[in-house]
Design a protein around this ligand. Structure first.
Ligand code: TYD
Length: 209
């Protein structure tokens, strides 16, 4: 059986990522693919336990370095326990966030630097990368407004950081897409949900059977 493909879906807060994740999974299944939807932080029992440590509590609960290590540890477990076994069974794995979130949030916005966070991934996960990363991109003001409409608040430990932090996250994603245009595709998240889903599928065109 052919190995499945590993796709990550990324983006800042409030870009419609959850809606698009479900729509994209449905579209891939409609093409006859078996799809496993997973998420970060989380996606395996160990990583879900780390998720609670990361997203609950006070913003100052972890230092930037400790936070980056926890994300990297969760990711190593997620890959070992969930992602690799599913790919080996021929499933397509669709992850709500992955490494590029750590590069954008902890590396770029958190000030650790992209290279330091990439080094953690080399150590923790042997630099295991998605076959394709789709970054939903909206201008920051519009995204923040949508997130507030949805949640009625600014959310968890990381979601509630100031607008300057989230603007740096968005800039980080755009930079990464520029540096690795083969793997990382920036997707315009404006317009109707169906239009955005069509853009996502188009960006996977060369991988589809
Ligand atoms: P989640 O509730 O899954 O948010 P969202 O709907 O925005 O995906 O919470 C995940 C939060 O963790 C989100 O604010 C992004 C952040 N995050 C990082 O800072 N680094 C990472 O490596 C990952 C995977 C997520």
């Amino acid at each position: 059986m052919a190995r499945g493909k590993f796709i990550s879906l990324e983006g800042g807060e409030g870009v419609g990522k959850s809606t698009q994740l479900a729509a994209l999974a449905g579209a891939l299944e409609g093409r006859g693919l078996a799809v496993l939807v997973t998420r970060e932080p989380g996606g395996s029992p160990g990583a879900e336990a780390i998720r609670a440590l990361l997203l609950e509590g006070d913003d100052t609960r972890w230092s930037p370095r400790a936070e980056a290590l926890l994300f990297a540890a969760a990711r190593a477990d997620h890959i070992d326990q969930t992602i690799r076994p599913a790919l080996d069974r021929g499933l397509w794995v669709l992850s709500d966030r992955f490494l590029d979130s750590s590069l954008a949030y902890q590396g770029e916005a958190g000030g650790l630097g992209i290279e330091a966070v990439r080094d953690l991934h080399r150590f923790g996960s042997l630099d295991f990368l998605p076959d394709r990363t789709l970054v939903l991109n909206l201008d920051e003001a519009e995204g923040a407004a949508r997130a507030r409409n949805r949640d009625g608040s600014s959310g968890d430990r990381i979601g509630s950081r100031p607008p300057s932090y989230h603007a740096a996250v968005d800039a980080g994603f755009r930079n990464m897409a520029k540096q690795d245009p083969e793997r990382i595709k920036l997707i315009d998240a404006s317009g109707s949900a169906a239009t955005v889903t069509a853009r996502l599928l188009y960006a996977l065109g060369d991988l589809l059977p």
